[in-house]
Design a protein around this ligand. Structure first.
Ligand code: SF4
Ligand code: SF4
Ligand code: SF4
Length: 570
């Protein structure tokens, strides 16, 4: 499994596809047993934007929360390395209560990840600014280049991130230490794995998961005392989580060298810049290029809390913390640590369709002329052609095209409406006719073109529809329209969660006539039977006493028969 998975709550809204700059999400409903909207690890840069965007909270990063809780419950000595962005990412009145808070949760030691930043900056300075260099702190930017623009690998600074450097410091002091990184980043977990440095950081928690633990333990956060972090007090590195922070720490050296720099944040802006670089469209690229996938820097990482606050306020909190404590320096002695790293070309080449193949896919969704390519973006792709390419590559499905599906649904429902032998009239709550099918046109002797948009009264009395609108209940009744010479069985019902009421009209005029005919025959039979009785009674009176019981029995039987027939008629 990759770093980000899709849970059962996914409703195929394609929002994550829309938001994903790399279109690294596959929708495939024929993938039996698998859920939709799967992240494609071979394309995903782990920016975490789909986690934030999913309205169903169906996208989740892989979690170590259970394991960390278990370690702490067992009383194992665990060191927390906390990303410097905690200042803006956690709802703490005073950032200096964090060490006490983590110790309350059971961590033995609490250090700031920016401890590694100072060591890493030294390495950058040692490289000098002789050639253009892309800062390799942000694992998403590194993923972007390794997976999609490997031609730019030579520009990446071959230096580990502050997290790895800090992990190496902790393990060099205590190789048995269990280290848990706590931060805002969804990509950090993979950074250690890809570098083959899994043992440097053992577990990963998002700030959101840390807060889950705090709430679960019902810790009265505001009662905790402030204190220093353990062992080290990083100074300059505390400003790294804000875009431009790294450049700030080497500004003097850059100035002295007379070299240019650029800072940029937000994956879309970084992507544009990287595309320019990759096409050699930037002459004399700056010597230092600080790129962050999250807009504004790590202060805005996807696993941060406090996201309801403006980015400006969160950045300001961090800058205030830096101003207050940035000079408190107690950094690790330069150890003989290997802080260099290399990069891999991990690009996979997905097959590309020919123009003919694109046209064939477009045609399957009814797009045979450019005007039929609406480029509405509902499927998550920027254009119908982009989506056709994704269909070819097995990342998207034809059915993701909403206008096509709507048209298809409409044509199916039109077919059903047209083929129905019974009349159907659909109205809205204002009693306006929305639809009327051919059977209803015939039954009520009207034409759709003249009555659609008119009040129902233009076709038949409104009273029954009105009753259904007012009561919200279904009506089942018989209607008689003498002026049209028809009798109908009618079912009128509201469509739940809409303003629509549907009436179904079954023509029972012929049945009614047959019933009337039958009733006529019955009443004639009764009349004849009555005449027989009356005649019998007359005879009985004349020869009374001679026929006795036999006549009385005949009368009783015939009277019963008449009664029965009357009951049936009524
Ligand atoms: S955003 Fe993606 S994962 Fe979330 S419900 Fe929509 S399609 Fe599913
Ligand atoms: S993490 Fe980023 S790159 Fe990966 S699927 Fe989500 S939005 Fe796309
Ligand atoms: S900017 Fe920071 S939080 Fe965001 S992806 Fe990069 S390293 Fe992670």
């Amino acid at each position: 499994m990759g770093l980000i998975y899709t849970g059962a709550k996914c409703r195929d809204c394609y929002r994550c596809v829309r938001i994903c700059n790399l279109k690294a999400i596959r929708i495939n409903s024929s993938d039996k047993g698998k859920l939709h909207a799967q992240v494609m690890d071979e394309l995903c840069v782990h920016c975490g934007q789909c986690i934030l965007a999913c309205p169903q909270e169906a996208k989740k990063p892989v979690s170590d929360l259970k394991q960390v809780k278990k370690l702490l419950a067992e009383g194992k000595p665990v060191t927390a390395m906390v990303a410097a962005s905690f200042v803006s990412a956690l709802p703490l009145k005073d950032p200096r209560i964090l060490p006490a808070l983590l110790k309350e949760l059971g961590f033995a030691k609490v250090q700031e990840t920016s401890t590694g930043a100072g060591l890493v900056t030294e390495k950058y300075l040692a490289l000098g600014f002789r050639k253009p260099m892309l800062v390799s702190y942000c694992p998403v930017i590194v993923n972007l280049i390794e997976l999609h623009y490997p031609e730019l690998i030579p520009l990446l600074a071959p230096i580990v991130s502050p997290m790895i450097a800090h992990g190496l410091v902790i393990k060099s002091h205590d190789p048995e230490a269990t280290v848990v990184y706590i931060g805002p980043c969804a990509a950090k977990r993979d950074e250690a794995r890809l570098l083959d440095q899994q043992n440097v950081v053992d577990y990963f928690l998002g700030f959101n998961e840390l807060w889950e633990m705090v709430e679960e333990k019902k810790i009265a956060v505001d009662r905790l005392s402030t204190s220093d972090f353990d062992d080290f007090s990083p100074c300059q590195g505390r400003i790294y989580p804000v875009e431009g922070g790294m450049v700030w720490t080497v500004a003097q050296e850059l100035r002295e060298a007379g070299e240019s720099f650029i800072t940029m944040s937000g994956l879309d802006s970084c992507l544009e810049f990287i595309q320019h670089l990759s096409k050699n469209e930037i002459t004399n690229p700056p010597k230092l290029m600080e790129l962050w996938a999250c807009k504004g820097g790590c202060v805005n990482g996807p696993l941060s809390l406090c996201r309801e606050e403006s980015l400006f306020m969160r950045q300001r909190r961090l800058l205030e913390y830096y101003s207050a404590y940035g000079a408190e320096c107690n950094e690790p002695k330069p150890l003989n640590l290997n802080l260099s790293r290399s990069f891999k070309n991990r690009k996979i080449n997905l097959p590309l369709p020919t123009e003919e193949e694109i046209k064939a896919i477009l045609a399957k969704t009814g797009k045979v002329t450019p005007a039929q390519e609406f480029n509405c973006g509902n499927c998550g792709y920027n254009s119908c052609r982009d989506k056709a390419v994704a269909v070819f590559q097995g990342k998207a499905e034809l059915e993701m095209c909403i206008p096509y599906m709507r048209k298809r649904a409409e044509s199916v429902s039109n077919l059903v409406m047209a083929a129905m032998p019974n009349g159907i009239i659909v109205i809205n709550k204002n009693l306006d006719i929305i639809e009327i099918n051919p059977a209803a046109e015939k039954l009520f002797n009207c034409s759709a073109s003249s009555v659609v948009g008119q009040r129902i009264l233009a076709v038949l009395p409104a009273s029954n529809f009105l009753k259904v609108i007012q009561s919200g209940e279904m009506l089942n009744l018989t209607g008689s329209y003498p002026e049209l010479g028809i009798v109908t069985k009618e079912i009128i019902f509201p469509v739940k969660k809409t303003d629509v009421v549907v009436g179904i009209f079954i023509d029972v005029t012929v049945d009614k006539r047959q019933q009337e005919q039958y009733d006529l025959i019955k009443s004639q039979t009764i009349q004849q039977a009555q005449e027989v009785i009356e005649k019998q009674m007359m005879v009985a009176q004349e020869i009374a006493g001679l026929l006795g019981e036999a006549t009385a029995e005949t009368k009783v039987q015939l009277s019963k028969l008449i009664k029965l027939m009357r009951q049936e008629t009524s």
